[in-house]
Each structure stands twice: as C-alpha cells, then as structure tokens.
Design a protein around this ligand. Structure first.
Ligand SMILES: [Zn+2]
Length: 238
C-alpha cells in the first residue's frame, strides 16, 4: 500500500478519507474467494470419503472433523461478507457488491451441501446481484454469466467448472500510465488511460419507460378515418 502512490503517480498523503478506495475490500474479496476454493475442495473430499464402502473409524472421524471445520468457516464467511457488502453499498462499489453477493451465495451452497442450517436469504441476495448486473452493464454486468450460473446451481442445476470470468480488471491495472489517474463522481480512483470510465460503479443503464400508445394514436381522427374506409371486394377478384 505504501508503494501504491508511486505506482499511480500521485502525492502520498496520510489523509485517505477523501479517496473512495476499494483496495481493502478488493483484498477481502480475494481472500474470501481463496477460502471458498479451499472449502469447496474440502466438500469434495467429504463427499468422496462418504462414498467409501466399509470406512474405518478413523475415516468416519476424519469426515466429522472436516465437516465441522468447513461448516464453521462457511458460516463465518457468510456473516463476514454481509459486512463487506454493506461497505460496498456505502461506497457505491457496484461491481464489487455484485461479486461479493455471488461469493456469499457460493458459501451458502457449501453449507447447504453439508446440510448445515443457514438463515441467509440467498434468493434475495442473488436478486440484488442480478439487478446490479442489469443496472450497471459495463461493470457489475460483466458478472452476468456468473450470476446466471450461481442461480442455476441454487435452483438445483449443475455447477459449471469456472464460475469466475471477470478478472480482466486486475490484468489491465498494470497498464496504467502515470499522470492519468482520474476519479468518478463517487471518488473511485481509476486509470483514465486504461478505461473510458470508472470500472467500479460505471454507467447506469437508462430505464426505458413503458410506451403509452395514446401518445402516438389520435383516437378520434383514427375512428373517423376508419369510418370513411370502403372495401370493394370485386377489386381483389379475378
Ligand atoms: Zn466509480
């Protein structure tokens, strides 16, 4: 973090309160995803051990131990992610909020697979993520395929091999050219040379209003015109 101002080409400052930075939350998101991979691997191991015929006492104890550890950590991350999501809402980090909601849903899936009770409302959270994807198509919208995949799994469908396909943001940061750091309306710093707009919040899709047909149809004139229409069927016969 101390070298970050040098990389970005800005003055180092002790007062960071005026910068709406997502770095800390991004790191937490990365850590959560790393732990999710570990828990998903543990879950697969449990399933494999359960499928053994005539397991030894040692194997049975191993299953119970891994289950308890996985469930405890899964519950911890579901709760911890609630706080991170609230921080994203406060900071207007639309893309990260959508991502964290999907990660949280995946932790919920691990708990569900292991039969652990959870009061987490996965449908409401996924619905919020879905709305973010559609409202901010350039940022959260990049997670739309992941959102569809997670919803499919929550609904009982098969889990695709790779849920995360929106990592490009990290590989484009090193292309930042010093002197081109900009910030959006919410104060998110971003590389103006690399992106045309803020990669965190982004453009909000304009809502299309429902069309009022009366606006385009002059009903009185239309009815009058219809009354004058005549149809001579003989014209259309050979
Ligand atoms: Zn922004």
């Amino acid at each position: 973090m101390a070298r970050l101002p040098v990389f970005l080409g800005v003055e180092a400052s002790d007062n960071e309160t005026d910068v709406n930075s997502s770095w800390f939350l991004r790191f937490e998101a990365l850590f959560s995803r790393a732990r999710l991979i570990v828990l998903e691997e543990a879950m697969r191991m449990i399933i494999a051990l359960r499928s053994m015929t005539n397991p030894s006492d040692h194997t049975l104890l191993t299953i119970i131990a891994i289950e308890e550890m996985t469930i405890d950590e899964g519950k911890h991350h579901v709760a911890a992610l609630k706080g991170l999501i609230a921080a994203c809402e406060e900071k207007n980090l639309k893309r990260l909020e959508a991502e964290l909601r999907l990660v949280q849903a995946c932790f919920h899936l691990v708990l569900r697979e292991l039969g652990a009770p959870s009061d987490y409302d996965v449908d409401a959270s996924l619905s919020k993520s879905w709305t973010l994807c559609h409202t901010f198509p350039d940022t959260a919208g990049l997670l739309i395929s992941t959102c569809i995949a997670v919803r499919t799994v929550v609904g009982g469908g098969q889990r695709p091999p790779n849920l995360y396909k929106a990592r490009d943001i990290w590989w484009t940061w090193p292309k930042h050219v010093v002197g081109n750091l900009e910030s959006c309306q919410f104060g998110h710093p971003f590389s103006g040379e690399t992106w045309s707009g803020c990669p965190e919040c982004g453009r909000e899709a304009t809502k299309t209003k429902p069309i009022n047909p009366q606006k385009y149809l002059k009903e009185t004139d239309f009815v009058a015109a219809m009354g004058k229409q005549t149809f001579d069927s003989n014209k259309w016969r050979n």
